[in-house]
Ligand binder design. Structure first.
Ligand code: HEM
Length: 160
């Protein structure tokens, strides 16, 4: 069907940026796991730059994604017809996803910003460690839940 805006490449009804973000979340989780592994090995500098890169990439991706959603919408694609509306289940899954996504959007950059300000350069364990380990682990868990609920939304909205 000829929906407004660019089509995605995964062969579903979703748009280009939806497909980009769905794939990007998988890359983010793998990079996050690798980055935490670097901490365990004492490679704090590598952890730092991976996390800073992820933070910038996430902000850029979310902005591009939001612009596309505001310009072209997603409900018609979800419904599968022009002028159609998304199902009640799709909205319920979206609200659950948004709770985690909005929390991530604020928590993640805050954790990165505080780490940059409070760890020494080059980074090493210190006074900020206790706080960072608590908030950074929470940010990592919420980011994982953002991805899982995001993939669920994608399947319910654009694949069924
Ligand atoms: C959103 C961004 C970040 C996340 C999600 C994150 C995640 C984590 C996690 C989960 C740990 C604990 C690993 C464990 O369980 O032992 C950790 C440790 C650490 N992170 Fe980050 N990190 C972020 C940004 C940064 C930045 C920007 C720096 C450097 C400026 C940094 C420096 C460190 C250091 C030095 C440790 C080791 C702390 C210690 O064991 O005493 N992190 N990080």
């Amino acid at each position: 069907m000829d929906f407004p805006g660019p089509d995605g490449f995964l062969g579903t009804r979703a748009s280009l940026m939806l497909d980009v973000v769905v794939l990007a979340m998988a890359v983010v989780l793998v990079a996050l796991a690798w980055s935490v592994l670097q901490v365990k090995r004492g490679n704090f500098q590598l952890h730092k730059w991976t996390q800073v890169g992820l933070t910038v990439a996430l902000i850029v991706a979310v902005l591009a994604f939001e612009i596309e959603m505001r310009l072209y919408g997603w409900e018609e694609r979800s419904a599968g017809e022009l002028g159609g509306q998304a199902s009640p289940l799709t909205w319920q899954v979206l609200y659950v996803h948004l709770v985690f996504a909005v929390t991530s959007f604020f928590l993640w950059p805050a954790v990165a910003w505080r780490a940059l300000r409070r760890f020494p350069s080059p980074p090493a364990p210190g006074e900020h460690s206790r706080s960072h380990i608590f908030w950074a682990r929470l940010a990592a868990i919420i980011m994982t839940l953002t991805a899982v609920t995001g993939w669920t939304f994608y399947c319910v909205a654009f694949v069924r």
